[in-house]
Design a binder for this molecule. Structure first.
Ligand code: GLU
Length: 282
């Protein structure tokens, strides 16, 4: 059996807040209690939103909190070729198609359909899936800007069996049925950056031999997409723990004392790492 391996994987597109601190501390504690490893991954594919300055500030905040992660830290922006290779495999398998729609096109079409994904966004109505091969090639030859989407129904059919994952946040192992169809044909390579969170996260979880994914409840539904990609790319299955978000019940109490200010602001106001840890229950 591989050694239990946990990761905290923030996106440095802003300052870290208490919610990030909670997730990082929880990962570290669970890793320690399991006698496992605690890794840090910087999810900075979204350049230039994820600046180097924000990354450095984030590392400083995490060190200030007293977190100790294993080196080296994986920075996704340095490994784009890996994500492109995974996308290429899916393209070669006939499971991706280029989508030339603008946000506006999608909004107009989707309004008529009214199907929403688990995050409440309109499900892509499949416009570009219907393009003929000739039309597709002609548009690609003209270098029209495009994203790449997965044909979700085909992907699910290709896997051929219902997917489920183990969710351990209740203290027991619960087998959650995945529901990737609810997402429709999600984008796996964005028009602007050429890749996506979903691809990068599954590739790197496997690459770093992660065994336990401990992250916020807001990503619970996205796990269904990750399971599909893990199956299609023959990557290992992981154990999941989606913790409550700090801005719910606990956050309301906390906001009286520490507020929704960034860790950097709290630090500047004289709040200590011990204050933060105590407030978050560590
Ligand atoms: N980078 C993601 C975020 O900051 C988290 C990714 C994950 O834990 O899977 O929301």
């Amino acid at each position: 059996m591989s050694r239990p391996t946990f990761r905290f994987a923030p996106s440095p597109n802003g300052r870290l807040h208490l919610g990030h601190a909670f997730s990082a501390l929880l990962n570290e504690r669970m890793a320690r209690e399991a006698g496992g490893r605690f890794l840090l991954r910087i999810e900075d594919i979204d350049q230039p939103r994820c600046t180097d300055e924000l990354t450095q500030a984030m590392l400083a905040d995490l060190a200030w909190l007293g977190l100790a992660w294993e080196e080296p830290v994986l920075r996704q922006s340095a490994h784009l070729a890996r994500y492109h290779a995974a996308q290429q495999r899916l393209r070669d398998a006939g499971l991706l198609y280029p989508c030339f729609c603008s946000r506006r096109d999608i909004a107009l079409k989707a309004a008529a359909h009214e199907t929403r994904d688990p995050e409440g966004q309109p499900v892509y109505p499949g416009t570009c899936r219907q393009l003929s091969q000739d039309e597709r090639e002609a548009r690609l030859a003209r270098a029209l800007p495009h994203a790449w989407r997965i044909v979700m129904d085909d992907a699910v059919a290709r896997i051929g069996e219902p997917l489920s994952f183990s969710e351990e946040s209740s203290g027991e192992v619960v087998h959650e049925r995945a529901c990737p169809e609810a997402w429709g044909d999600v984008v796996l390579a964005r028009k602007d950056i050429g890749t996506s969170y979903h691809i990068a996260v599954v590739v790197d979880d496997a690459r770093q031999a992660i065994t336990h994914v401990v992250r916020g409840r807001d990503l619970f539904q996205a796990t269904s997409i990750h399971l599909v990609l893990q199956q299609l790319l023959a990557l290992p299955t992981l154990r999941y723990f989606h913790h409550g978000l700090i801005d719910d019940a606990r956050g309301r109490k906390l906001s009286k004392s520490l507020g929704s200010r960034s860790l950097r602001d709290l630090r500047a106001e004289g709040v200590t790492p011990q204050d933060v840890r105590r407030a978050l229950g560590f």
